[in-house]
Design a protein around this ligand. Sequence first.
Ligand code: DX5
Ligand code: ZN
Length: 216
Amino acid sequence: MEKLLCPSMMCADYGRLAEEVKALDRAGSDIFHCDIMDGTFVPNITMGLMDVRTIRSYTDKKVDVHLMIENPGEKVDWFLDAGADIIYIHPESERYVVKTLAHIKERGGEAGIAVNPDTGVSGITELLNLCDYVMIMTVNPGFSGQKFIEFTKKKLEELAGLKAEYGFRLMIDGACSPEIIKETGALGVEGFVLGTSALFGKEQTYAEIIPELRRL
Ligand code: DX5
Ligand code: ZN
């Protein structure tokens, strides 16, 4: 199964953002992952619209926006206008999830849900009808450098069994190390958000790491 390798840009060197995007693009990254946080839905504030616009301007690869914000439906247009190809919303943060996913798709974007460790598959089954991507949080959202939550593997197995019926790509976000890529890849996960566990702050270059992760 073809992997989707998605550098988590909140982990990039912000003093050299343009160079980072170009180097990650050249190294063969598939999707640039932008974590947007409002300090309320998650206890952190990270990237914003200007970061998305900047990243968009330096690559033709897909840019995804992971909205860890309250009431994302009111703000998805801002990120689509900023150049996002994919928008992930949290079902835990939106009253009208179906409506917002449908709106993203009506605007020509690809729609995804990002699902917290607290949320089971039974609570999201209806949403799968509208998802191009389902991203399972394998850490509590908001910070890089956390520990992988083992019980999320059960949810991954359950969702992998639903991919054929609904046609979504199954992704994980959080503590995604080479070992986790191998293990969850075997469960049917296709896409991996790469942060400090696999990509950033390492001795090797992105051009060395990305191809190695793709071969796992
Ligand atoms: C978690 C963030 C991710 C990721 C970072 O909310 O969305 O950026 O965890 O990667 P790690 O966990 O490997 O540092
Ligand atoms: Zn994320």
